[in-house]
Ligand binder design. Structure first.
Ligand SMILES: C[S@@+](CC[C@H](N)C(=O)[O-])C[C@H]1O[C@@H](n2cnc3c(N)ncnc32)[C@H](O)[C@@H]1O
Length: 248
């Protein structure tokens, strides 16, 4: 669990760069929640959550994003967070309890599950959020599950790490003599191995790898998702997606 916090707060170009690392994960999630409510900050781009009645976040960490989205929402909705780490599920439940399990805009539930095997029926959600999770999961499996769970008129928001993210992590790490340089090198190695053999290898210590926009487009086509809009970023771009036959 500590690794997420450290990486989130030290990685170059990361959206949580300005967060002061705190002593506990709950404090970290609370700080992220507070940051997401600051003027000018948007957990997801624009007004994409407006009107959504069934919202799923894959890899919700401490549920800070879902809690703040629920508060800013325009109606009662059904909110579900799926998180692989049982520790982060515990932290998320504590944060939800702190901010009100029952809320006028609907009940928020976090379940422990793998985003590549979502515990839901097909076409259940009209908004799916998946931010900064793809590098840690089987890329095709996760995108295929997003496509399966998305309703025909729904939108999915996907934020990814492009290779430049890890290149900057290495350079930053070398400059500051930080262990993240080694970590970044491992992630880039994973990516190069992937380029050589064409499949994701899951090493025990470091499974993460970046994804290029070109590779993402290929996978989206394969799983039946299409690109609606892009929010560019030099290391962590965000994509708005729809089912292929309903995309633009
Ligand atoms: C970098 S954090 C991003 C958290 C949050 N989405 C945000 O943007 O603040 C990645 C999260 O994804 C979770 N995760 C990694 N692999 C996952 C998987 N296969 N299924 C569900 N969650 C996963 C991690 O446990 C972690 O909480």
């Amino acid at each position: 669990m500590r690794a997420w916090k450290e990486r989130c707060s030290s990685a170059p170009g990361n959206k949580v760069n300005q967060t002061t690392p705190s002593t506990s994960s709950l404090n970290y999630a609370q700080a992220e929640y507070e940051r997401s409510r600051q003027p000018g900050y948007a957990y997801i781009p624009g007004d994409l959550a407006l009107g959504a009645q069934r919202v799923l976040e894959i890899g919700c960490l401490g549920a800070h994003g879902l809690i703040s989205l629920r508060e800013q929402h325009d109606r009662r909705a059904w909110w579900l967070g799926v998180e692989l780490s049982s520790q982060w599920c515990d932290e998320a439940r504590k944060l939800i309890a702190r901010h009100g399990q029952a809320h006028p805009n609907g009940h928020l539930l976090v379940v422990q599950a793998d985003g590549t095997q979502l515990p839901c029926r097909a076409a259940q959600f009209d908004l799916i959020i998946c931010k900064l999770v793809l590098p840690y999961a089987d890329n095709r499996g996760l995108l295929a599950e997003m496509a399966r769970a998305l309703s025909p008129s729904g939108k999915a928001i996907l934020q990814i790490h492009v290779p430049r993210y890890y290149i900057l992590l290495v350079l930053d790490g070398v400059r500051n003599l930080s262990k993240w340089s080694v970590y970044g090198i491992r992630c880039l190695l994973n990516y190069w191995i992937f380029c050589l053999i064409g499949r994701q290898v899951r090493f025990q210590k470091v499974t993460d790898m970046p994804i290029t926009r070109a590779r993402l487009m290929t996978l989206l086509q394969e799983v039946g998702l299409s690109l609606v809009a892009v929010q560019p970023h030099k290391t962590l771009p965000t994509f708005v997606l729809a089912k292929s036959d309903h995309g633009e």
